[in-house]
Design a protein around this ligand. Structure first.
Ligand SMILES: [Zn+2]
Length: 187
């Protein structure tokens, strides 16, 4: 009840500010930390991703191009990253901890079967950003993963996937509870 009243008051203040001077409009502007479009930065460490490092960098860049709410940035030397990316001989998988944090494995088993390394990278990073698998699904869906077949090389999230990540990280960034996660998301 209290919140509803407060929200109504803020809305009224914003409406009033539209018809008043700039100085009064500024007074109604939320604090910068509450701005919905401020990108939240997560660092990633691809130093253990061996021959896939350039694909991982491209996958991260694709997310940076695709959404406003998150920026994936290479970690500085000696710093602990939010996201560790490793190469191994298994199937690609993600182990999210909290939203925006976890470990990704770029598994050579899928690469050897012919799956695209950049699509694998952006798909697994998608899990770290809170997206579930959507299988089976079309090549236009990033989270359809391997179900779209080895001929699918699309590394870009579709509009719904972008919107879901924006929603996961958008709005009030401070104090947001992490999304519940499975322990391991295979592929
Ligand atoms: Zn997956």
């Amino acid at each position: 009840m209290y919140v509803r009243t407060l929200t109504g008051g803020l809305a009224a203040a914003l409406v009033v500010s539209l018809s008043l001077t700039g100085a009064q409009a500024v007074a109604a502007t939320p604090d910068a930390k509450d701005a919905p479009l401020a990108a939240r930065v997560f660092t990633y460490d691809a130093s253990g991703s061996a021959e896939f490092k350039s694909a991982v960098d491209r996958g991260a860049a694709i997310w940076n191009e695709s959404v406003d709410a998150v920026e994936l940035r290479p970690v500085a030397a000696g710093q602990r990253a939010n996201i560790r990316v490793l190469a191994d001989d298994g199937w690609p998988r993600a182990l999210p901890t909290t939203l925006g944090n976890g470990t990704v494995y770029i598994g050579r088993q899928a690469v050897n079967e012919g799956h695209n390394t950049i699509r694998i990278s952006s798909h697994e990073l998608g899990h770290i950003l809170g997206l579930p698998d959507r299988k089976p699904g079309p090549c236009s869906s990033l989270m359809s993963g391997s179900s779209a077949g080895t001929t699918c090389t699309n590394p870009y999230p579709n509009a719904a996937e972008k919107a879901e990540v924006e929603g996961n990280f958008g709005g009030a960034l401070v104090g947001r509870a992490p999304a519940p996660r499975a322990d391991v998301i295979v592929d």
